[in-house]
Design a protein around this ligand. Structure first.
Ligand SMILES: Cc1ncc(COP(=O)(O)O)c(C=O)c1O
Length: 513
């Protein structure tokens, strides 16, 4: 872009900003009847509005929507009479209040005060315009690349949250699925439905796992499924096996119910089944073992086939249930898939999964597959808790799955995760060589061990000061882990990963003293 064009665009942006400010002033002072035409130009040499500038969304929109000089703002023109507030009642303040003491008032020239719906619409337009303006301005600055521009404080890069970033969520596909859900089954989508879940989705899940629908319970996220199961099985003092480390919400849910936890070490092949066998032979009597078999949260490790079989044999011999908590199983980007324990032995396994990591967390749809009697008992609990789960979400997810959009979504997520995991591993190798880790073959997480003596709490604070966060390893353990942390790479772009690891390394060095 050449310099005169840049200058012209800057002037245009500035002029728009002035106009916006004037309008807000006028509204705060009691309503706008006319747009001032004698406003001083942004700069002495500013030209009158010339040809549409390159960055023109705000300009075009405002020009297109702007009322004529004597018409006043759109909200003053269109208020339907039945929306008028009672005489003397103050109208709500429409703008970020520059002068909050001066709400819009009705004046004889203006006619009626704005209706609330119009004020809201006006605010939405303002917000959109402000976003577009800031975006155009940033773009312009990027092109000019001023070396001495003051920069705003760095945005925090979060390795803390195990969520997909927006760019890998198929928002358009979800929108289309929602439309199909309402069109194809308006009754089933809008009714209470049944506690077992939206029937078509239940059948789709049953087919996927090769089981009868009676063995499936579809819930509001798999955490809800876990909660039903824990409430059903675990009483205060009951023994439960957990992996060490494990998902912090599992620890929370089990502790809340007074479970006596046995934490068994997790190795690169998954839970140490020899150690578990030893514990059982010493007299432990667990009711349940909570296992995250694939790309474990927080460690990223996967339970080998041999250990899956060993675990099933222990469950048979010592008569306990395995909760196979598997939201990441579909997200393998290298290596061979390992069969689920559910498919190896239906008797001692209750399997949980979710659409959170493959579709979007906001749908809050998860499920359990288990023995018929167990599912029936949990269904009763579900009925007593909420009558039924969210049918709109489940109908939408069904349409998303049945159309094949889920396969594409999984591919998108896997491709992004593979690149992010690789970038993370490379960045750690080059910036923080002290970090020990296993490069993930799938899933969202990497577990990092720093040299003995590292204080993860101090590291967390030093990292936060430099604009990067993670979850301390101690949050996933009953004890220990002061030199460990979990890095989630699902919600950050490769560029953010590189910058974030640079900051983390700097924070680590700052503690070396
Ligand atoms: C192992 C595990 N189970 C369950 C969940 C929660 O899943 P949902 O969003 O379906 O409740 C998570 C989310 O991070 C998880 O890592």
């Amino acid at each position: 872009m050449d310099q005169p064009a840049v200058e012209q665009t800057l002037r245009e942006l500035e002029r728009k900003l002035l106009e916006l400010e004037e309008t807000l002033h006028a509204i705060a002072a009691g309503g706008v009847t006319e747009r001032r035409t004698d406003a001083p130009p942004a700069r002495p040499e500013a030209p009158s509005p010339g040809p549409a500038p390159v960055f023109g969304r705000i300009v075009d929109e405002t020009v297109a929507d702007r009322p004529g000089p004597s018409e006043g703002p759109s909200w003053a023109r269109a208020a339907p009479p039945h929306n008028e507030p009672p005489e003397g009642a103050p109208a709500p303040n429409p703008a970020p209040a520059r002068r909050p003491s001066s709400p819009p008032r009705s004046t004889p020239e203006e006619g009626r005060p704005p209706a609330p719906a119009e004020l809201l619409r006006f605010r939405e337009r303002l917000e959109r315009a402000a976003r577009d303006l800031a975006h155009d301005y940033d773009e312009l600055l990027g092109r000019l690349s001023y070396p001495s521009m003051p920069t705003s404080p760095p945005r925090t890069i979060s390795f803390a949250r195990g969520v997909p970033s927006l760019d890998i969520i198929d928002v358009e596909g979800l929108r289309e699925a929602a439309v199909r859900a309402f069109n194809s089954d308006p009754e089933g989508t809008t009714a209470y439905g049944t506690a077992v879940g939206y029937p078509r989705l239940r059948s789709w899940i049953a087919d996927k796992h090769g089981v009868e629908p009676e063995r499936v319970l579809v819930t509001n996220g798999s955490l809800q499924a876990d909660a039903f199961l824990f409430d059903h099985l675990v009483r205060a003092g009951d023994e439960v096996i957990v992996e060490s480390p494990t998902y912090d919400r599992t620890l929370l849910g089990l502790r809340q119910r007074g479970a006596q936890l046995h934490a068994i070490e997790l190795t690169r092949d998954g839970i140490d089944t020899d150690a578990l066998g030893h514990l059982l032979s010493q007299g432990a009597k667990p009711k349940l073992a909570h296992i995250i078999p694939n790309f474990q949260n927080p460690a990223g490790y996967t339970l080998s086939l041999q250990r899956r079989q060993a675990l099933l044999s222990l469950a048979e011999a010592y008569d306990f249930m395995i909760l196979e908590d598997d939201p990441y199983g579909e997200l393998r980007f290298t290596g061979e898939n390992v069969p689920t324990m559910l498919s190896l032995d239906g008797k001692h396994v209750v399997y949980a999964s979710s659409f959170t990591k493959t579709v979007a967390p906001g749908v809050r749809v998860g499920y359990l597959v288990g023995p018929v009697e167990l599912i029936a008992a949990l269904t009763k609990q579900a009925t007593n808790t909420y009558i039924s789960p969210n049918m709109v979400a489940q109908s939408l997810v069904y349409e998303f799955c049945a159309s094949g959009a889920i396969e594409r979504s999984i591919e998108t997520v896997k491709t992004a995760l593979a690149e992010r995991a690789r970038t993370l591993a490379d960045a750690l190798r080059s910036e923080l060589a002290e970090a020990e880790f296993v490069e993930p073959q799938g899933g969202y997480f990497m577990w990092v061990t720093l040299p003995e003596g590292t204080d993860v709490h101090a590291l967390f604070d030093a990292a936060a000061e430099r604009g990067v966060t993670f979850v301390k390893g101690t949050d996933f353990l009953l004890e220990g882990g002061e030199n460990t942390l979990r890095l989630a790479y699902s919600g950050v772009t490769p560029a953010e990963i590189e910058t974030g690891i640079g900051r983390l390394a700097e924070a680590y060095r700052s503690l070396q003293g």
